[in-house]
Ligand binder design. Structure first.
Ligand SMILES: C[S@@+](CC[C@H](N)C(=O)[O-])C[C@H]1O[C@@H](n2cnc3c(N)ncnc32)[C@H](O)[C@@H]1O
Length: 282
C-alpha cells in the first residue's frame, strides 16, 4: 500500500478478504460494505448483482445507450467484484472490467460467470491507480460509477484523461463524480483524519475494515463539473454534446466552462452531490 494513497486502504482490506477462497456469497457479505449500502448476514451475490442490474438499466436508458449497446464495446473503470459488470456483459458486445485491485477482478470474472456472459468479458488491472493499459481510441464507451469519488483527486483527473484517451472518436464518456455540498465542510476533514488513523499501529488495520470508518475515510475527493470540464479543456480535448447530469439541477440550462458549453440536466439521484459527465468525443 502506497502511503501516497491511504484512501485505498479499505479496497486493499476488502481485496485481501476476497482472496480467502470463501464462497461468492460470503465474499459479498464480507466486502459488501465497500461496494454499496447493502449489508447483512443473508445477503447473496445474486441479490447484490440485482442492485447492479437495476442501476445499469436505469443509467443506460437515461443516457440513451440501451438500443445500440449490442454492437458496442465498453470499459468499466472500478468494476469491483462485478456488481454492475454482469449486466454490462449481458448488454454490450464486449466489456473490459478494470480495477485497482486484482483480487476484485478475479471475483468479477466469477460474478460474470454466474450472472453475465463471460464470452464478452476481459479484465485489465489499473496497477498504478491512474493509467489504463488499453490502446488509444479503442473503445466505444467508457463508464464509471461510484469510483472516481474514492480516488485521490489527481488520480481521478488522470483517469478522466485516460477515459478520453481510450475512447474512439464519436464514442461516449459516462463518468460519475461527487461535487461539493455543505456537509463536506465537516465530512472531508473528518475523512482525512480517518485515513491517518488507518495507518496507526494496532488500531489502524481493524479500523480500516469497519464499515462506518470506511464510509467516512473513503470520501477522497470532490470534483465539480467545472473542475472536470476545465481540466479536460486544458488537455485540448474535443467533445461534442458535453453534459452534466445531477439531482441538484432545477432547470436544463447551458453553462460556459472555459470555451466549452456544458448542458446541465436533471437526473434525480439519491445523493445531490453525485453528478454524471456524459459527452461524445468529437
Ligand atoms: C464503491 S466501489 C464501486 C464498484 C462498482 N462500480 C459498483 O458500483 O459496484 C469502487 C471501486 O473502485 C476501485 N478503485 C478505487 N480507486 C481506484 C483507482 N484509482 N483506479 C481503479 N479502481 C479504483 C475500488 O477497488 C472499488 O472496486
Amino acid at each position: 500500500m502506497s502511503s501516497r494513497r491511504p484512501h485505498l486502504t479499505p479496497w486493499k482490506a476488502a481485496g485481501k478478504r476476497t482472496e480467502r477462497g470463501t464462497t461468492a456469497d460470503q465474499v459479498v457479505r464480507d466486502t459488501g460494505w465497500v461496494f454499496n449500502n447493502e449489508t447483512g448476514n443473508t445477503l447473496t451475490l445474486e441479490q447484490f448483482v440485482e442492485t447492479g442490474n437495476a442501476e445499469v438499466d436505469k443509467y443506460l436508458r437515461r443516457f440513451g445507450l440501451m438500443a445500440t449497446a449490442g454492437s458496442k464495446s465498453i470499459v468499466e473503470i472500478g468494476s469491483g467484484i462485478g456488481r454492475m459488470t454482469a449486466a454490462l456483459t449481458n448488454v454490450f458486445e464486449t466489456v473490459v472490467a478494470t480495477d485497482i485491485d486484482a483480487a476484485f477482478l478475479e471475483r468479477c470474472r466469477e460474478t460474470v460467470a454466474k450472472f453475465g456472459n463471460t464470452s464478452t468479458l476481459r479484465t485489465s488491472h489499473i496497477a498504478d491507480g491512474r493509467t489504463i493499459a488499453l490502446p488509444s481510441q479503442s473503445v466505444d464507451v467508457v463508464f464509471s460509477y461510484i469510483t472516481l469519488q474514492h480516488c485521490k483527486h489527481d488520480d481521478a483527473l488522470a483517469l478522466t484523461a485516460e477515459a478520453y484517451r481510450i475512447v474512439k472518436p464519436g464514442g461516449r464518456l459516462i463518468l460519475n463524480y461527487r461535487t461539493w455540498v455543505l456537509s463536506d465542510a465537516f465530512l472531508i476533514p473528518l475523512s482525512a483524519i480517518m485515513r491517518v488513523l488507518w495507518h496507526t499501529p494496532v488500531i489502524g488495520e481493524p479500523l480500516s475494515r469497519w464499515r462506518w470508518s470506511t464510509r467516512l475515510g473513503w470520501q477522497a475527493n470532490r470534483l465539480s463539473p467545472r473542475q472536470v470540464y476545465a481540466h479536460l479543456e486544458s488537455l485540448g480535448v474535443q467533445l461534442e454534446t458535453p453534459k452534466a447530469f445531477s439531482g441538484g439541477i432545477r432547470a436544463r440550462r447551458p453553462v460556459s466552462i472555459g470555451a466549452t458549453q456544458v448542458l446541465q440536466d436533471e437526473f434525480p439521484m439519491g445523493n445531490k452531490s453525485h453528478w454524471w459527465l456524459v459527452a461524445h468525443r468529437s
